[in-house]
Design a binder for this molecule. Structure first.
Ligand code: ASP
Length: 315
């Protein structure tokens, strides 16, 4: 028997958390979200089941979600105060702690793949703005016109946020059922963990604002000894609470289980600073945790024990 056949594999992903209300989501929309989440999960799962590495799986799942205009990442990203797109992403693997991140992109179709290029083809971890775009061109990344990311709903959302004079987390725009940031975590059959997160950030954001998603340790983290984590929510609080690394640190130094660590960080540490959002995490034995402290989080998971699902609301 192939020894790998007994090794656990697992994937979990999110498409954003926030004020996601059942009565605001038509059955058609709900179906569309569920289908998109399931497709991304299966794209990642297929690779894991074929023996691919966790990095390939999280990148594939994230690319699916970036290409789906329902989510605030890649195509369908929210707009800045100037009516532009500034996309952020990060990827990390837990074996050697290699990581790559990008911020402020406006022409790179799949920011998560550029983050991986930063990790694998540069001596750096984090590239932003014009430098990141130049690196993308040099690496032959798939480039698109910035208009490719824009959808009619995003223009409408920006107009509303401007009226309210605030930067709005995608899924907290009560009048819109459009949703947010995406992230994928995975465990492969060799015991390697990886995490990826990609976002358009907040609607109406200003001044080159960068959230938690591309920050290693805040919105994205992976360590084979503990877990892989991808977050979604108000980035400022997730940065201040260093959420993803704190979960890993609680497991490493306090010996907490994944669920104890995620529950504490989500419902105590973040709650203390009024942080709102959610996260997906997986540990080295394939246990998955998907906590959130909002009314909903678009999410999906599958593991080799047979557990799988797609969910949106508290259920
Ligand atoms: N965390 C993201 C940010 O602050 C937003 C989100 O998760 O929707 O940029």
């Amino acid at each position: 028997m192939d020894p790998d056949a007994a090794s656990p594999i697992a994937v979990a992903l999110h498409g954003g958390s926030g004020t996601i209300l059942r009565d605001r989501l038509t059955p058609e929309k709900e179906r569309a979200y569920r289908t998109a989440l399931e497709e991304a999960r299966e794209a990642a799962w297929r690779l894991l089941a074929e023996g691919a590495c966790a990095l390939d799986a999280v990148e594939a799942g994230a690319r699916c979600l970036e290409d789906c205009p329902l989510f605030n990442a890649g195509r369908g990203s929210v707009l800045t105060a100037e009516g532009k797109h500034e996309l952020d992403a990060a990827i990390m693997e837990g074996e050697r702690h290699r990581a790559g991140a990008v911020a402020g992109l406006s022409t790179v179709r799949n920011p998560v793949s550029l983050a991986r290029k930063v990790m694998e083809c540069s001596p750096f971890v984090f590239l932003a703005g014009a430098g990141a775009e130049a690196f993308a061109a040099q690496q032959g990344a798939d480039l698109v016109d910035p208009g490719w990311f824009t959808t009619a709903e995003r223009l409408e959302q920006l107009a509303k946020a401007r009226e309210r004079r605030c930067a709005v987390i995608d899924h907290d725009d009560h009048e819109s059922e459009k949703t947010g940031t995406i992230g994928v975590v995975a465990l492969d059959s060799r015991g390697n963990l990886a995490a990826a997160t990609s976002t358009g950030g907040l609607t109406n954001k200003e001044y080159g604002r960068i959230g938690d998603s591309p920050l290693i340790g805040a919105g994205t983290y992976a360590d084979n000894a503990t877990c892989a984590v991808s977050c979604t929510g108000y980035g400022e609080e997730f940065i201040r609470a260093v959420v993803a690394h704190d979960i890993s640190a609680r497991m490493r130094y306090r010996g907490e289980s994944l669920s104890a660590a995620t529950e504490h960080v989500m419902h105590v540490s973040l709650a203390e600073i009024d942080g709102r959002g959610g996260l997906v995490a997986v540990d080295a034995s394939g246990f998955v945790s998907l906590p959130f402290n909002t009314t909903g989080m678009y999410r999906a998971w599958r593991d080799s024990s047979g557990s799988e699902g797609v969910a949106i609301f508290q259920e």
